[in-house]
Design a protein around this ligand. Structure first.
Ligand SMILES: [Zn+2]
Length: 303
């Protein structure tokens, strides 16, 4: 099967005026190979981390802001923590912490609840040192990450939202796909194509359940398959509703770690603490996101 590389690592925004819905279709391929290739995670962990990266990218892409959107899970199961972040306009990274033996004991495709256990999903929006950080937290008690993301939108944003996520590993690498639709307050999706102006709320409800029912028909295969272009998927789901698509946006891998940043961090410790950190006279600091190790001489760090 031929793979159009242009249809990977992209977000396709779309809008359906007749249903007061806006949405995004996200496809990740080589970016995931880069993120996951820096680690040696069991596939069950990689699938969940891929879905968390999809979530934070869909979210970060749907909010107008400049800065970093971070999604973090913390829980008491074998997969005890995941972090994924999205930096505008489109850079992602992520890592996971887990108990390998306990994850592997659950088999190749473990149940989400058994894998993560009880805990929470926190979403943090950081627009820089001069601004307030915004954080929303939901319990990790859904059947999957998509359900938890929907709870986040319902509880924290009060926007009816449907999220679909899928990720798979194939011989050619990792492929993941996400679909998110949101029901906008009546009329804010733009001028109504039917020219009827304001409609009763009942119709509004019908519109949303119609849009949601169609989103639920997308299969995991359709969400991840690189040969099915996002535009084709949007058309397949919503061609009866006059879906409009916008130019796609590119997503790339990027880590913000650097020798300078880590040196600055080490300089905040006392010389005694730095001496304790040293092994054979050197301090090695490994970035959890990209697995790069930076090596320092403890004597050479200036406060
Ligand atoms: Zn890094």
């Amino acid at each position: 099967m031929s793979t159009d590389t242009k249809a990977q690592d992209i977000v396709l925004p779309f809008q359906i005026d007749s249903l007061d819905v806006r949405g995004r279709i996200l496809r990740l391929g080589p970016v995931l190979d880069t993120v996951l290739g820096k680690h040696d995670y069991p596939d069950a962990v990689s699938v969940q981390l891929a879905q968390l990266i999809l979530t934070v990218t869909l979210l970060g892409n749907s909010v107008k802001f400049d800065g970093t959107f971070t999604a973090q899970t913390k829980s008491d199961g074998p997969l005890s923590m995941m972090v994924a972040d999205f930096v505008t306009p489109g850079t992602v990274r992520g890592f996971a912490q887990f108990d390998r033996a306990a994850v592997e004991a659950l088999g190749p495709s473990p149940n989400f609840a058994a894998l993560v256990g009880k805990g929470y999903l926190a979403m943090t929006l950081d627009q820089g040192p001069e601004t307030d950080r915004y954080q929303g937290i939901v319990a990790l008690d859904g059947p999957d990450l998509a359900a938890c993301a929907e709870s986040y939108f319902r509880d924290s944003e009060q926007i009816p939202t449907t999220v679909r996520l899928a990720a798979r590993k194939s011989p050619g690498g990792w492929h993941a796909g996400g679909l998110m639709i949101q029901h906008l307050p009546h009329g804010s999706a733009g001028p109504r194509s039917d020219g009827t102006g304001h409609l009763p709320d009942r119709t509004d409800e019908d519109h949303w359940s119609n849009a949601r029912a169609k989103a639920m028909t997308a299969t995991a295969e359709e969400l991840v398959e690189p040969s099915l272009r996002p535009e084709e998927l949007a058309w397949r789901l919503y061609h009866e509703d006059e879906v409009r698509v916008y130019p796609t946006l590119h997503i790339a891998f990027g880590c913000r770690c650097s020798r300078e940043r880590i040196s600055t961090m080490l300089a905040r410790f006392s010389p005694e603490d730095r001496a304790h950190m040293a092994v054979d006279g050197r301090i090695g600091v490994t970035c959890e996101f990209c697995n790069t190790t930076y090596d320092f001489d403890p004597q050479a760090i200036e406060p």
